[in-house]
Each structure stands twice: as C-alpha cells, then as structure tokens.
Design a protein around this ligand. Structure first.
Ligand SMILES: Cc1cc2nc3c(=O)[nH]c(=O)nc-3n(C[C@H](O)[C@H](O)[C@H](O)COP(=O)(O)O)c2cc1C
Length: 331
C-alpha cells in the first residue's frame, strides 16, 4: 500500500493518485495573445502520459494586464478557451485530471503595460504599479476566468495567491496596509466569489506563500489565519509555497524546505494541504503524506527532468500502475 498512489477525492473529482505537476510558466506564447500553443499540449500532455494524477497548467492570466509577460497564456477570451479544450481533452484521455492556475501578476508583470497593485512601490527592477482603487474588477476577472476554465474542460481550479503576485500583494504587510483581516479580505473575497460561481462540485485549490521569509513580512502563523478564512470561503485544499514578494528573503533552501509550512497549515487550520518545493524522491513524497504534512505533493523541476516520474515512483514503491498502452513494453 502506498499513500502516494491512493486516490484523493476533492468534491466531485477523484485524483487517481496524489502526485501533481506544479504549475510552471512556459513563456511560450509567441503571438502575445495568451492562446496556448502546441508546446502547451506536448508539455502538459507528456506529464499526463507520465502518470501524474493532477496536471496543473501554468499561471494563466485572468486579464491581459495580469500576465507576468506577454508570452504568458490567458483565460479571458473564447479563442483561448477553444485552444485549451484540445489540451484538457488530451490530459483526460490519459487518465489525469486537468487543472489550471488562475493568476494575476499584480506589480510583478513585466510587459509593456502599467501593472496594478495595492501599493505604488515597485518590485525591485520592475515597473512602478498603479494603485488599485477598487478590487471589484479583479474579483470579476477571477470569476470569469474560472467559468471560462470550466468551459475549457479544466476540472480543478487553483487560485494563485503566492509568489508576490497580486493576491499575495494584498495579504502581505510588505505591500499592503491595515490589519491582517483587512489584508486577507481580497484573496478571501476572490475565493468566495469563485466558489459561488462554480458551484459545489468543482474543487478549488488556493496556492499561498506560507511566509515572506523576512522579519517584517508575512508569517507561518498568519498563513493559518488565512487558510482558515479561505476554507470558510470554499477552498478545498491549500497549496503551500513561499516567498516571492521581496528580493530580501533569505530562504533556507533544501529538500522539502516548504513541507513544515504545509504541515502547520494542515494541523492548525484543519484543512487539506499540498506540499511543494524540492520534493524529488518517491520515498520522500510518500513520507510527506505518511507524516500527515500534506494530502497532495506537487513537483515542478523534477517533472521537467522526468515527465515519467510518477511511473518511476510507482516502481520504486512497489505499486503496479498502468503505463500508457503504447509504452507498455518498457514497464
Ligand atoms: C520554470 C518554472 C516556472 C514556474 N512557474 C510557476 C507558476 O506559473 N506558478 C506557480 O505558482 N509557481 C511556478 N513555479 C514554481 C513551481 O511551481 C514550484 O513551486 C517550485 O519550482 C518549487 O518546486 P520544485 O522544487 O519541485 O521545482 C515555477 C517554477 C519553475 C521552475
């Protein structure tokens, strides 16, 4: 028995295992129209073929100025929806669940447009943002993006509220003013509005930065408060990453370095979590789940090195899984 290869139920969706491809920007849109390309089909499709239970498409902008770069994908128009359909269909044909990360870059956008943020303080080296006077348009953009994502065939939504992008900028004291309740209000409102719009069947994950890694920044304890509020707003799982909102952070990088953040959120906020960050070995991933630190593990760079990581992990853990029919002779 392996926990890693035990299905995970999230609302109406059953992930066939607890391995997710962590969202990774591919900066591969050449026409600057936010429409995913053949690269996205092959990149995400390969990882579905490789056996991941959940394949989460990269940070996908809910409005044009919410892209990190002009090479990013989007989910704000019908042309994008049509292009995503081919990709989600392929992922599903190979037994994986297609997920999408709904994103807004905030002040970390570096295209030739004016970025928006809760502050006019730029991220070092990037353009000066315009201060958002109202967040209503942002909530609306996330809701419309969520509905378009479902139309495009995605079965799991992840709201990107980490890494110094817009929703993180709202809750971090480095980029916003007010009490913690005031600062978490917008990410919580976005989550509640997305939940209300998509109904009770669709799993909604929220990725947060569990700490800013600086003394005057966001902390692990703050993350517990945020996670409780996100859960109450309808989030099903909190994907706990860290950092990204300051260039000053000193991050203690090493194997599983963010796992304790996921564990604290899971235990103290009583909400399922995802663990991410230098999880590269099958036994290590299994142990994260066995320890009760998380319910799902997300792998990013290791999945770039080896799209078949889940098939290899199954072999290492002595679990029999079905390789794609076309590749059966190799497994
Ligand atoms: C090429 C690349 C692109 C990334 N793009 C995103 C992204 O779009 N959204 C996000 O939340 N994290 C992004 N990340 C962070 C990863 O999802 C992951 O959290 C991080 O790489 C740590 O996991 P790892 O040690 O398994 O790589 C990206 C990482 C890489 C390497």
């Amino acid at each position: 028995m392996s926990l890693l290869f035990t299905p995970l139920q999230l609302r109406s969706v059953t992930l066939p295992n607890r391995i997710a491809v962590s969202p990774m920007c591919q900066y591969s849109v050449t026409a600057e129209d936010g429409v995913p390309t053949d690269w996205h089909l092959v990149h995400l499709g390969s990882r579905a073929v490789g056996g991941a239970g959940l394949v989460i498409a990269e940070a996908t902008a809910v409005e044009p100025r919410g892209r990190i770069s002009a090479q990013d994908v989007g989910i704000w128009n019908d042309e994008q929806v049509e292009a995503w359909k081919r990709i989600t269909r392929f992922i599903k044909e190979h037994g994986a669940i297609p997920g999408i990360q709904l994103a807004h870059a905030g002040r970390k956008a570096f295209g030739d447009w004016v970025p928006v943020a809760p502050t006019t303080e730029p991220f070092p080296g990037l353009n000066t943002p315009e201060k958002l006077e109202s967040h209503a348009g942002i909530v609306k953009a996330f809701v419309e993006g969520a509905l378009k994502a479902i139309e495009a065939g995605f079965e799991v939504l992840e709201i990107h509220a980490a890494h110094g992008y817009l929703l993180h900028e709202f809750y971090s004291p480095l980029t916003n003013e007010g009490s913690i309740e005031e600062r978490i209000a917008v990410p919580v409102e976005v989550t509640a509005a997305v939940r209300a719009a998509v109904g009770s069947d669709v799993p909604v994950i929220v990725r947060i930065s569990g700490t800013d890694w600086v003394d005057d920044g966001w902390t692990a304890d703050d993350s517990v408060v945020l996670a409780q509020a996100l859960k109450a707003a309808g989030a099903d799982l909190i994907d706990v990453s860290s950092g990204g909102n300051t260039a000053q952070a000193e991050i203690p990088i090493g194997p599983g370095y963010q796992v304790p953040l996921a564990e604290a959120v899971r235990r103290k906020a009583d909400v399922p979590t995802g663990a991410v960050g230098l999880i590269t070995e099958a036994k290590q991933a299994e142990q994260v789940l066995l320890d009760g630190a998380a319910d799902l593990v997300l792998l990013a760079r290791e999945m770039l090195r080896d799209p078949y990581w889940p098939l290899r992990a199954a072999q290492e853990l002595g679990v029999e899984v079905k390789a794609p029919r076309q590749y059966a002779r190799a497994f």
